[in-house]
Design a binder for this molecule. Structure first.
Ligand code: SAH
Length: 286
């Protein structure tokens, strides 16, 4: 494997912290991530933040098609040069937060892989969940603490917005733990690669905008009850009464005690209530 330093020198690139640039620099780890991604001939893989393309290269050995997204023009240039003779790899310059994942493989579902920039991991994850119907599975690297929050079950301190939203749409498991020494430059944190497999039947997953607004409002202040948080989000007193009676969820509970199923019920009930437009206007759904 060509080393990251050699490539950085060759293309005259200094890593930018502001873009979360921390490149995988350990051949064995890169291969393990590629094995976990399990690329197949008939598959389209979208890699987020391809960087210098070392992981891209491994994925392209087996995948039918790899779309490599990269925002940094210097790295786009390096990628275009490195994959000039590789027709199955397509380099797409631009911001992943603007990318339309539903257009990549119309009629089929894609696989998403990425050692994604840490400063925008949560927005990237939420954007991907927005495109859940176009995605079969995702293998993504996170800072260990965020990975734990994503996987936390109800009742635990770490259980919060990402845990609930992810669990509504996908099963999630830890694929690999990646020590800081596997990267150049070395980050200050340990990383965890998570594997997400989207549920086949997302038709019954309800309305995403309502779900997101509900979960966000419920967790706005963790120590407060559901009733107080929903009230603070603008739900009128009579609507609150109706929602808790109808959903059979006790308004005196805190968000962290609700199961994912209960969040779905709560959000559907709020959705059915016609007296809460104010709340929905405030909800910044995705
Ligand atoms: N996958 C490579 C690089 C990981 S570093 C490797 O594992 O070595 C994260 C990469 O994401 C960098 O190349 C960075 O330039 C890119 N990146 C940062 N913000 C981005 C964004 N908004 N959209 C697309 N790529 C981005």
């Amino acid at each position: 494997m060509t080393s990251v330093r050699t490539l950085l020198n060759e293309y005259d690139v200094r890593p930018r912290k502001s873009l979360g640039q921390s490149f995988l620099n350990d051949g064995q780890m890169i291969r393990r991530i590629a094995v976990a991604a399990d690329p197949q001939q008939g598959e389209t893989i979208v890699e987020i933040g391809a960087g210098l393309g070392l992981l891209t290269e491994e994925l392209a050995r087996k995948a039918g098609r790899v779309i490599a997204l990269e925002i940094d023009p210097r790295l786009v240039r390096a990628l275009k040069d490195r994959f000039a003779n590789c027709p199955t790899v397509e380099i797409v310059p631009g911001d992943v937060l603007d990318y339309d994942f539903s257009k990549t493989n119309p009629g089929g579902r894609i696989k998403v892989v990425g050692n994604i920039p840490y400063h925008i991991s949560t927005p990237i994850l939420f954007r991907l969940l927005e495109y859940r119907r176009s995605i079969a599975s995702m293998l993504l690297m996170f800072q260990k603490e965020l990975a734990e929050r994503i996987m936390a079950p109800p009742g635990k301190k770490d259980y919060g917005i990402p845990s609930v939203i992810v669990a509504c749409y996908a099963s999630v498991s830890r694929a690999l733990t990646v020590p800081a020494g596997c990267f150049y430059p070395e980050p200050d944190v340990v990383s965890t690669v998570l594997q997400f497999v989207m549920y086949e039947d997302l038709a019954s997953s309800g309305d995403h905008v309502h779900l997101f607004a509900t979960v966000r409002a419920a967790f706005a202040q963790r120590r407060k009850t559901l009733r107080n948080n929903l009230r603070a989000a603008g739900v009128a007193e009579e609507a609150l009464e109706w929602i808790f009676r109808e959903s059979r969820i006790d308004g005196a509970r805190r968000a962290e005690t609700l199961s994912v199923g209960e969040f779905k019920i709560l959000s559907e009930t709020i959705n059915r209530s016609d007296r809460i437009e104010k709340f929905l206007d405030k909800g910044q759904g995705i």
